[in-house]
Design a protein around this ligand. Structure first.
Ligand code: AMP
Length: 416
């Protein structure tokens, strides 16, 4: 199928041509016609499937082909600032020849520029739930003219505790509207949102075709904590990847790793919730543009990072859950390209490895014995070392509390 066959406006087709998209992805093939017909859509689709364009393209088409109207006509809700920015960028790119104003609203930054954007009467608003409600309650935005609502990465919004905010927002919208819900998983609470707030939705589930599944070569190294850094440098020296995304468990760990890497000739930056919004954006932009070779992220900060041509993901710390692992490595090997993931598994990480194979059928190349683990035996970290880390974490916690008491909001997330 081609995009022409989807009957999108020429302005939109032209923008797609400029982006170099030749064919719609499966989720786009199914979603675009349904949205153009005005149907509600409930879609089980993950990041990387092209889901953003799947809703952005037909929404722009509908706005441009329907009678002009005042007020905020489209509301897109996303769990994180990073994802909201990406959605905004997508709308801007696809709609660049269309006359719609847009506003991007998210927390952790000053409100004023967003108030200003709202005063210009945007037709399309892309927002994280908390900041949207703040602005709404202060009278900066009305939502009673919304014709189309998109809930993107709905499962993540619920994971992040936005359920109440979502309900509040939905209650402010006209009952007669078109609703689209995208989610990587479909737990009971999502189904109930769909039942309550959607009207006879078209259900779209993209069954992953094995042959089209992004191929990711997954290697797991067994390694003790004290040799992980040495192994990391060895791995980086041997890799041909242009860029790597590294995952660390803690913010402090991410900072430490970025520092050590930079010192050893691998320029790296970290991205996590204690960084200011502008620091996060700068790091992300540097990484996206290729200027920055290594980005060290925590899970929360990494959500929605969409970097083209990312060929290497390293789990410096194995995540506690297999699902998190799958999300993390899903950032490589996109759209048919082969990716590489390398994970360091320590003494306590065995369950994740087992779950990956059992639940996800992951094909892991497990390297149990190598230069940095010559005897192939994993041992628990030295209790003295654990104690040292615990002490350091305690100090960091106290400092953080003091900072918060002093008025700072280090996590950048809205406090209730
Ligand atoms: P998403 O799932 O929306 O995060 O999109 C994943 C990536 O695929 C983004 O980098 C998009 O720019 C890209 N993309 C979306 N649709 C297409 C398409 N039809 N052809 C090629 N790339 C696409």
């Amino acid at each position: 199928m081609t995009f022409d066959e989807l009957n999108l406006l020429p302005e939109i087709l032209e923008a797609l041509k400029q982006k170099g998209y030749q064919h719609p992805t499966p989720v786009q093939e199914k979603t675009i016609p349904a949205v153009m017909q005005g149907r509600d859509v409930l879609s089980l689709a993950q990041t990387g499937t092209g889901k953003t364009a799947a809703f952005a393209l037909p929404i722009l088409h509908r706005l441009a082909t329907s009678a002009p109207a005042k007020g905020v006509r489209v509301l897109v809700l996303a769990p994180t600032r990073e994802l909201a920015i990406q959605i905004y960028d997508n709308f801007s790119a696809y709609g660049k020849s269309l006359p719609f104003r847009m506003a991007l609203l998210y927390g952790g930054v000053g409100q004023q520029p967003q108030e200003q954007a709202l005063r210009k009467h945007p037709a399309i608003v892309i927002a994280t739930p908390g900041r949207l409600l703040d602005l709404q309650s202060q009278g900066h935005i009305r939502l009673d003219a919304v014709e189309i609502l998109v809930l993107d990465e709905c499962d993540r919004m619920l994971d992040m505790g936005f359920a109440r905010d979502l309900n509040k927002i939905i209650a402010l919208l006209p009952a007669k509207r078109q609703t689209m819900l995208f989610s990587a998983t479909m737990p009971e609470d999502i189904r109930s949102i769909a039942d309550k707030h959607m009207h006879d939705p078209v259900r779209i589930q993209i069954l992953t075709d094995e042959s089209k599944k992004p191929r990711i070569r997954q290697t797991v190294y067994w390694v003790n904590r004290d040799r992980r850094q040495a192994l990391l440098f060895d791995v980086l020296d041997k890799q041909t990847a242009d860029q790597a995304l590294l995952f660390a468990r803690t913010k402090r760990g991410a900072d430490r790793l970025a520092r050590v890497l930079s010192k050893e000739g691998h320029p790296a930056q970290s991205i996590h919730g204690d960084k200011s919004q502008s620091q996060r954006e700068r790091a992300l932009n540097d990484f996206k543009s290729g200027r920055l070779k290594i980005l060290v992220a925590t899970d929360l900060a990494s959500r929605g990072i969409d970097v083209k041509e990312l060929d290497l993901v390293i789990n410096y710390d194995m995540p506690a859950e297999a699902e998190t692992y799958v999300h993390r490595i899903g950032r490589t090997g996109r759209a048919g390209r082969e990716g590489v993931s390398i994970s360091f598994r320590g003494f306590d990480d065995g369950d994740v490895e087992k779950d990956l194979v059992k639940k996800y059928g992951a094909e892991l190349a497990i390297i149990r014995q190598h230069e940095f683990l010559p005897d192939g035996v994993l041992v628990p970290p030295d209790p003295a070392v654990i104690e040292k880390h615990r002490e350091a974490a305690k100090v960091a916690r106290i400092k953080r509390k003091e900072a918060i008491a002093g008025g700072a909001n280090p996590s950048g997330f809205r406090r209730r």
